[in-house]
Write a new protein. Structure first.
Length: 380
């Protein structure tokens, strides 16, 4: 059942200090938690796609065209980090997500996804590198995974990276959009429309559901996905959640379980862009795992973060989702895996929200397609 915008009265959870006096408040907005201050950390980026907070509070940011930068706590944008591999930045492709190794504090390793060109077209790859101590270069850059097959198309590369509690790397990939290729989301001899699980060196860990099946790609964890652009680890259960774009209707949030088929393109809560039915024309089917949440009309779900901070205690149990299509930040309150209420924020800013993170200060930060990172926190 889809969750619509609803009323959820929240108590304000206390004061929050700004990380630096250099940040000027853009606007104070109303919310169900009381007044929020929305502050622009920087608007000097070029199409940021993913970002992560470093231990010192700075942000490591990817820009779609192929640049990686560090944004300081003062909002200053650093120069391009050397060593980023060449990316295929056409259409929806480019330099995409970035994630820190679970042991980054001691090994300074990072992981990133990007569209690469090769024989037969392009696809999404996962790179691994060490961020130099001064943050100016990537060292010992390795490609640890390549989505197969390559396909000559501009759309649906995905992708997001999530680490589970055991340190396995999960990544979600698109099915490349076109009718003639998207059916491969239902077969196991490829990585299109799949979530994969690998170890941090790119090898296949024990327990992957199709590792011993003849003809199947051993990295596959789940299948039947459309275009995954949000993901996070549930802090209460340790489960990996991914969000994906629907067609005309039917954005989904899924808890990815081993070996499960999430239905695309056999079923969908939406329809094709020309109005024709998707697959069977049904929303569900026997043997297919339904989403725990879907949106029709779509929000263009991109970026996802569970809230665990102390700045707004009543936000705990909520997840935040970026909306590319609706240009807003969507907060969903969950009772276990069940969505129970929804609130929509930042609509008046009119920005396509690409990624969402909780900061070390307990605020919510969003990256927008027009080059900004904004901070959302209590106004008091």
């Amino acid at each position: 059942m889809a969750v619509r915008q609803s009323t959820l009265r929240l108590a304000l959870g206390g004061a929050l200090l700004l990380p630096t006096a250099a940040l000027a408040a853009d606007r104070t907005i109303d919310s169900e938690a009381g007044p929020l201050r929305v502050t622009t950390v920087t608007d000097d980026l070029s199409r940021p796609w993913g970002f992560e907070f470093l231990p010192d509070g700075a942000m490591l940011v990817t820009e779609k065209a192929g640049t990686m930068r560090i944004v300081g706590q003062d909002g200053k944008v650093g120069g391009p980090i050397a060593g980023v591999p060449k990316v295929d930045a056409g259409g929806q492709g480019g330099l995409l997500d970035v994630a820190l190794d679970p042991d980054f504090a001691t090994n300074r390793l990072i992981y990133f996804t990007y569209a690469e060109r090769g024989e037969g077209g392009n696809s999404t790859a996962i790179g691994k590198a060490r961020l130099s101590p001064n943050g100016r270069a990537l060292e010992n850059v390795q490609k640890i995974f390549t989505q197969m097959p390559k396909y000559d198309g501009p759309n649906h590369f995905g992708s997001r990276i999530v680490f589970d509690r055991e340190g396995h790397l999960f990544a979600g990939f698109g099915e490349r959009s076109d009718n003639r290729i998207r059916e491969k989301a239902q077969t196991l001899d490829n990585h299109l429309g799949k979530v994969i699980r690998i170890d941090r060196d790119g090898s296949v860990p024990e327990g992957n559901p199709f590792a011993t099946r003849e003809g199947a790609k051993p990295e596959i964890w789940s299948y039947g996905h459309r275009n995954i652009q949000g993901g996070a680890l549930n802090p209460e259960t340790g489960a990996v959640w991914f969000s994906e774009h629907g067609p005309k209707g039917g954005d989904e949030v899924n808890i990815v379980e081993p070996g499960q088929n999430y239905g695309w393109p056999l079923v969908s809560y939406g329809v094709n862009y020309d109005g024709t039915p998707v697959g069977t024309g049904k929303e569900s089917g026997e043997g297919l795992t339904p989403p725990i949440l879907h949106w029709t009309p779509v929000i263009g779900a991109s970026g996802m973060a569970f809230y665990t901070g102390e700045a707004v205690p009543a936000w705990k149990g909520s997840a935040f989702f970026g909306g590319l299509a609706t240009r807003e930040l969507v907060r969903v309150k969950f009772d276990g895996p069940k969505p129970v209420a929804e609130e929509r924020l930042l609509q008046d800013f009119g920005k396509r929200i690409r990624d969402v993170k909780q900061g070390p200060d307990g605020a919510i930060y969003v990256a927008t397609d027009d080059g900004a990172i904004m901070r959302v926190a209590p106004a008091t």
